[in-house]
Design a binder for this molecule. Structure first.
Ligand SMILES: [Zn+2]
Length: 192
């Protein structure tokens, strides 16, 4: 995750957040990339933040590497870091995965711990797999056919094409007739 941040000097810098790796939302869409970008904007756009550098000032693209403080910490403590450092907040809310790159390791132990917390709670991106597995298995026991809202084709659950349908485009049918009446055509590969 990186952001354009205007410094007090008036100079604008691309700033990359130390210790976190967020799903990409710009070049290609990865699960949770857009959510992470939207969350970051909602928290940081138009706000004054403090930047703290670590050992290495810039990455190989010339971006400033920083810990981003929503308000200045009064001391180095778990409580201060988890509530005031945006890098930590991203990890705790499950918007990012921890990525420690030496020599920038000042808060590494805290950041690893925050990711662990997020995983245990299935926060944000850590909950994605769990939800999909749950809904897939509960639906599979009740329905015999899976339709694709986009293509208007329906498949047997074990058809290779059925497995490729995005969760949001799936429609489940108990009976073949139900699918036909709903305007769905049988898939030509699996011949349901
Ligand atoms: Zn099929």
């Amino acid at each position: 995750m990186f952001l354009d941040i205007k410094l007090e000097s008036g100079k604008e810098e691309k700033v990359r957040f130390i210790g976190v790796n967020t799903p990409e939302s710009t070049t290609k869409v990865e699960p949770y990339g857009q959510e992470a970008a939207a969350y970051t904007k909602s928290k940081l756009l138009g706000k004054d933040v403090g930047l703290q550098l670590n050992v290495q000032e810039r990455d190989k693209y010339g971006r400033l590497l920083a810990y981003v403080w929503l308000s200045p910490p009064t001391k180095e403590s778990n409580e201060e870091i988890r509530t005031k450092m945006f890098n930590a907040v991203l990890l705790l809310e499950g918007y990012a995965q921890v990525m420690i790159v030496p020599p920038n390791v000042k808060y590494a132990e805290y950041l690893r711990k925050y990711q662990q917390e997020a995983r245990e709670k299935n926060a944000g991106l850590w909950g994605l797999d769990v939800k999909e597995e749950k809904s897939a298995s509960s639906n599979a026991t009740l329905f015999s056919y899976i339709g694709n809202k986009n293509s208007k084709k329906f498949h047997l659950p074990d058809c290779q094409w059925a497995k490729k349908i995005a969760p949001g485009n799936r429609v489940y049918f108990k009976l073949r007739d139900e699918a036909i009446k709903a305007g769905y055509e049988p898939c030509k590969v699996g011949k349901p």
